[in-house]
Structures are given as structure tokens and as C-alpha cells.
Design a protein around this ligand. Sequence first.
Ligand code: IMP
Ligand code: MG
Length: 183
Amino acid sequence: MTHDIEKILVSETELAETVRRLGKRVSEDYKGKNLLLLSVLKGSVVFMADLMRSIDIPCEIDFITADSYGNDTRTSGTVTISGRTQERVQGYDVLIVEDILDSGFTLNKLIEVLQTGKPNSIRICTLLDKPDRRQAPIRADYSCFTIPNEFVVGYGLDCAQKYRNLPYIGVLKESVAQALESK
Ligand code: IMP
Ligand code: MG
């Protein structure tokens, strides 16, 4: 698996330290609030598992599915959302936990849907931010790493559903990405 990686962008140690610091910040910011951590499947599961254990105030967790990619490395622009949506967010301070903010279409759509459920607040927490690729007017409230316009995998992020189990964030070799896309 590691042979398919061009270079490591964020190491395991760097991930662990940054996520721990973020958990402290969230714990401070959400003191006395009704925090709901809403993880966007599947890419954010590893980030979510680490982040929630770095938060030391009471909170609830839930999951939502958002899909716009299929097997492609570029977004299709159409986002399908399912899971806990507008029905059960009323009275919560929702913190969306996302793996990567890219075009912004996914979170734009998700926030639009959640807002109809009248939560107390909605904020975005993303592990990675690729600002060069933004097309929708979306900004992260919490972001761990800003990365260049390269396709990355690992720590939950996939290419055609593979590489999610890598413990670091790496750039996939161009040839490997192309072979997976055309499958
Ligand atoms: P957006 O709607 O374009 O912002 O897409 C966000 C979603 O696309 C993320 O939640 C990821 O699932 C996926 N994505 C975007 N860039 C990458 C990448 O470099 N590697 C893996 N998945 C990515
Ligand atoms: Mg995702």
C-alpha cells in the first residue's frame, strides 16, 4: 500500500498533536452548549474518533452520509445526503466534522438541509482545507491543515474506497489514481 504513495503530507505525530489541540479548543468554545458532533461519512471517521476523545465536555455524536464523488477524484457537483438531517438537530449546537473541504459543494448542501431543522448553531470543523479548489461560498470555522491542490488519501480519506486505513495523510501517485478511477 505504501508503494502507491508519492509523499507523506501530514505524519501520524503531526495529526495526533493537532487533533488534540483542536479538541481542547472545541471543549473551551462549547462549554455550556448542547454540542452535537456530526461526522460526515465515511472520510471523517478516523478524525472523528480521535477528535471526540480529545473533547472533555459532554456531547453527543451522530453520522451523516454525503456523496458526490463516485469513483472519480473530482466532484460531480451533485450531492446526495442521508442519515440524521433536519429532523433531529433542533436545540443542538451542531459541529460538522468533515475530512476535507474541497469544492465546498458537500458542506454547502449539508448546511442548507440542516438549517431547516432550526439548530441553535451550525459550525464546520475540517481536518484538511484545499482553498484553491473552492467553488461554493463555504469557510471552515475550525481547520487543522491547509493543503495544496493534490489528491490525498489516508487517515479516513480514500481513492475509490481504498487507503482509508493508512495512519497518515499522503499524496497518491498519479498513475495509481488514474488506474483506480478508470476501474
Ligand atoms: P467538496 O464537496 O468538493 O468540498 O468535497 C468534499 C468531499 O470530497 C470530501 O468530504 C471528500 O470525501 C472528498 N475529497 C475531496 N478531495 C479529496 C482528496 O484529495 N482525497 C480524498 N477525498 C477527497
Ligand atoms: Mg467526505
